[in-house]
Ligand binder design. Sequence first.
Ligand SMILES: *Cc1c(COP(=O)(O)O)cnc(C)c1O
Length: 368
Amino acid sequence: MSDIAALPYVRAIAPYQAGKPIDELAREYGLDPKSIVKLASNENPRGMPESARRAIAETMADLGRYPDSNGFALKSALSAKFNVPVDWITLGNGSNDILELAAAAVLSPGRSCVYAQHSFAVYALATQARGARAIVVPAKNLGHDVDAMASAISADTALVYIANPNNPTGTHLPAQTLAGFLARVAPQVVVVIDEAYNEYLPPERRFDSVQWVRKYPNLLISRTFSKAYGLAGLRVGYGLAQPALTDLLNRVRQPFNVNAVAQAAALAALKDRAFLEQSYQLNVAGMQQIIDGFRRLQLDSVPSYGNFVLVKVGDAAGVYHQLLRRGVIVRPVANYDLPEWLRITIGLRDENERFLQALAESLEVVAA
Ligand SMILES: *Cc1c(COP(=O)(O)O)cnc(C)c1O
């Protein structure tokens, strides 16, 4: 251990485990990067929209200047889309930033944060980084048990995170369930509903969560351009909350947290309804393709409302490594208390096929 006067709760943090980068696997196994299929980080397999590419090219001319600290153009477009004033909107360096800003605004040692078992890893990280106490509520059927979560809120609780749909399980809470939960939470407790996969919900599962932002001053909705909008590498997300909470987030926000290229690309992607619709349809077809494959292999999977799916393979570490040898990167989820499962991002048709073929071979090798 070094002599650095580290905060004990910072030293205790287990760093985030990202999906393995393509170049890293290529280096380690001597593979051609172009032959590698990465289905590990819930990125849009179509890449970024052409509209965003054009917007980026235009922005390149003027990168000598700081970006707009208030993100006027992007916030204006979001304001019109959600029919909320611009002072209800916070932009983030990815929605990860929004999740962190909520923690920075309300968590400290002596306070606690409630979130669910098997829910997004960043909730634990944001809580630990502030020295706050984590109250991890056991999942029910791999999803959030909101009744138990409401009961778990204690006198020192300042924050609750809910992922809807949840990553890595893909479970989704319907509107009535969430409405009942929100009504039970005391007004001083900030609730973050993380909707990173909202754009992948089928029509019958969609509902207007912004109506609750109008009703509850303690509610923050978080969304991202990283998943369905195809801009993960640029890092743009946003939060929707009433002005008093938005103002708090702004006090802890870095003034230039979203760069100029990212702002321009997000604005273009937001307007590109065709790209979003095509991405949605591709995901529906790819999800069916992968689930059909699991059925043929007699594997259990969890019905998912995102662009990824959990599958139970038994020796997940073994299968993961066999897949790597075959140039396919997926996501192990042992760090989510799911040691027998793998999380697969839905890819392009050919990528899904490559994965299923490699999975069949890997299962045979591991079983032998
Ligand atoms: C991917 C993801 C995010 C954050 O993604 P950003 O790229 O930071 O916007 C947030 N929440 C969940 C549940 C996610 O899976």
